[in-house]
Design a protein around this ligand. Structure first.
Ligand SMILES: [Zn+2]
Length: 408
């Protein structure tokens, strides 16, 4: 996210966006405001209070809190409240105002192309969602999602789930009708080129489709879960594109960031359905790393919203390895790490289906990272050489981050 949206934004555009923004309308989306005289007041989102001292001035287009002193313009509000960087805040407001921010010179990206890529994703999303409602894919909706996955219709709707049809050219054809060339679709990661047949075909077919959105709620990629039992690849995901960088995106962050900020901690899971199942039972402060170890960028992204991450991966050895590989990035981003262990043979998805209380108990029993490592070590029954290696590694982490909480 941050790498993509960073970059210089011309001063006149910064001003133009600010002029086109009404701060009262913006803040009202996050804070309940009441008119008082020429101003609007509400309970301050930056400090705890019972009587409102948070004021928004429509005339001056600024906010100010007489309790904690926070204040500034619309950009400042988004940077403080949504933890956006300045370019992110600028792009967010520009989007709302329908103003195009030119890409920084030398970025190699042109705004028309970016728009076309977003448009292609929207087209795909609409088609996948329409498919899911279609009689033809009723078994996906009823048997797979509802019966087998245990998802309610509202959950399916909330996560905009869909289905890619069995044909290899549904999307290519639809896009062409809408003026999107197959080459653009390929650039969006939604089509592939076959040199043998000299033609483009849909990247996703016969898959359950999970849209991945950026912090402005725009679809930038998809995860595709196989629907056929004997399918080789259980998941096919979008490749890296000008819109999507896997290492700097966290699945579900746009949907769950308010809950994460409120709890000041995030549960980190691997899979889309882990997150979706947890959300359904009311555990909403969750992000998914989409099956890879955390990168430093993802760590920094999460650090904007929470001080603590609870790693909640499968109990098997692959899950433990993923947890271990994620730790460095999170610590380096300043996020404290704890580990939730699911019982053997279980995963976050299966645990979520037992209800929110089960999950809350697991969170209470979360271990500090050091404890977790020693226990995993003991369980593996490793020898002295391994033990010394582990101690060396943990000392190194402790020294680097200089964090007392690790010295438990
Ligand atoms: Zn305040």
């Amino acid at each position: 996210m941050s790498a993509k949206n960073s970059g210089y934004i011309p001063e006149d555009i910064v001003e133009q966006v600010l002029t086109a923004t009404d701060i009262v309308q913006l803040v009202d989306g996050y804070v309940k405001l009441k008119r008082r005289g020429v101003n609007f007041i509400g309970l301050c989102p930056f400090h705890d209070e019972k009587t409102p001292s948070f004021t928004v001035s429509q005339e001056k287009q600024i906010f100010h809190c007489f309790g904690c002193g926070q204040g500034g313009n619309a950009y400042r509000f988004l940077m403080e409240h949504e933890r956006m960087s300045f370019p992110e805040a600028a792009r967010f407001l520009a989007d709302k105002a329908g103003i195009t921010i030119p890409e920084a010179a030398g970025s190699g990206r042109n705004p028309d192309e970016m728009e076309a890529l977003y448009y292609a994703h929207n087209l795909a999303l609409e088609m996948f969602q329409a498919n899911l409602k279609h009689e033809r894919y009723r078994s996906v909706y009823v048997d797979y999602l509802q019966k087998s996955r245990g998802l309610a219709p509202e959950t399916i709707e909330h996560f905009s789930l869909g289905v890619a049809g069995t044909s290899f050219e549904d999307l290519v054809k639809l896009a062409q009708k809408k003026g999107i060339a197959p080459t653009t679709l390929a650039k969006a990661g939604l089509a592939s080129y076959s040199s043998k047949r000299n033609t483009h075909f849909d990247r996703f077919h016969h898959r359950l489709m999970i849209p991945i959105q950026n912090l402005s709620d725009k679809v930038i990629a998809f995860g595709g879960r196989a629907l056929k039992k004997d399918e080789q690849a259980k998941y096919i995901n979008s490749p890296e594109t000008p819109l999507y960088s896997k290492g700097s995106t966290l699945y579900g962050l746009n949907l769950n960031r308010d809950a994460i900020r409120k709890e000041n901690c995030a549960i980190v899971v691997e899979g889309y359905f882990d997150l979706i199942s947890l959300w359904q039972v009311g555990i909403k402060n969750v992000v998914a790393s989409s099956g890879t170890a955390f990168t430093l960028q993802q760590g920094r992204l999460l650090a904007r919203y929470a001080d603590t991450a609870y790693l909640f991966f499968d109990a098997d050895s692959a899950g433990i390895k993923a947890a271990i590989r994620s730790v460095d990035s999170l610590y380096n981003a300043g996020v404290e790490v704890k580990v939730i262990s699911a019982p053997t043979g279980e995963d976050p998805d299966s645990m979520a289906r037992r209800g929110a209380e089960t999950i809350k108990e697991l969170i209470k029993s979360a271990e500090r990272y050091l404890q977790f490592r020693f226990r995993a070590f003991d369980r593996a029954g490793s020898g002295l050489v391994e033990r010394n290696k582990l101690i060396g590694e943990l000392k190194e982490i402790s020294a680097r981050i200089g964090d007392d909480s690790l010295k438990s």
